[in-house]
Write a protein that binds this ligand. Structure first.
Ligand code: ZN
Length: 148
C-alpha cells in the first residue's frame, strides 16, 4: 500500500564538503548541525574512493562493494528523516570512473570526498521515523495514517 504525508518547504542550504571527509558522515553531520530532520539532498563532485551497498533481498543483508579509486559523483540523491530519534541520511550514488563506466548503489560509510557540492532542502512536517519493516527487513518509514 502506498502511503504519503504532506510536508512543506522550509529552507535550502548549499555548500561544499571538505576534501578528505567521509561523504555520508559529513552529510549527516550537516543535517544535525542545521536541525534538518526532514528533507532532500542532492550532490555532485568527486570521491577519492567509495563504498556502496546492494541490498540482497534473499538474505536481507547489505553486500558492500569497495571501489578503491578516484571517481566522479555523477549524481547523489537522498532524503533525510529520523532513525532512533536522530537525523538519518539515506542516499544513493552514481559514480563514474576514468573509463566512463558507472558504478553505484546505497551510499555507505567509507566513501571519501575529493570535492563535493551539495544542496540540502529542509522540510517541515510530521516526523518520518524509520522502523523495522517485517516485509523487507529494511528500516522503512512507518506507514502514515489514512486521512478520515
Ligand atoms: Zn538505499
Amino acid at each position: 500500500m502506498t502511503t504519503s504525508k504532506p510536508v512543506t518547504f522550509r529552507q535550502i542550504f548549499m555548500g561544499r564538503l571538505a576534501c578528505g571527509c567521509d561523504l555520508l558522515d559529513e552529510l549527516t553531520r550537516e543535517c544535525a548541525a542545521r536541525n534538518v530532520t526532514l528533507g532532500r539532498i542532492e550532490a555532485l563532485g568527486a570521491v577519492q574512493k567509495a563504498r556502496v551497498g546492494f541490498y540482497n533481498q534473499q538474505s536481507r543483508t547489505y553486500q558492500h562493494v569497495s571501489l578503491d579509486r578516484p571517481m566522479e559523483i555523477a549524481n547523489l540523491v537522498g532524503n533525510v528523516s529520523l532513525k532512533d530519534g536522530k537525523p538519518f541520511v539515506h542516499a544513493h550514488v552514481t559514480l563514474v570512473d576514468e573509463q566512463g563506466q558507472c558504478h553505484g548503489g546505497h551510499l555507505a560509510p567509507g566513501t571519501i570526498v575529493f570535492a563535493c557540492e551539495f544542496v540540502l532542502e529542509a522540510f517541515d512536517g510530521p516526523a518520518f521515523e524509520r522502523k523495522p519493516d517485517a516485509e523487507t527487513g529494511l528500516p522503512l518509514w512507518s506507514a502514515a495514517k489514512k486521512p478520515d
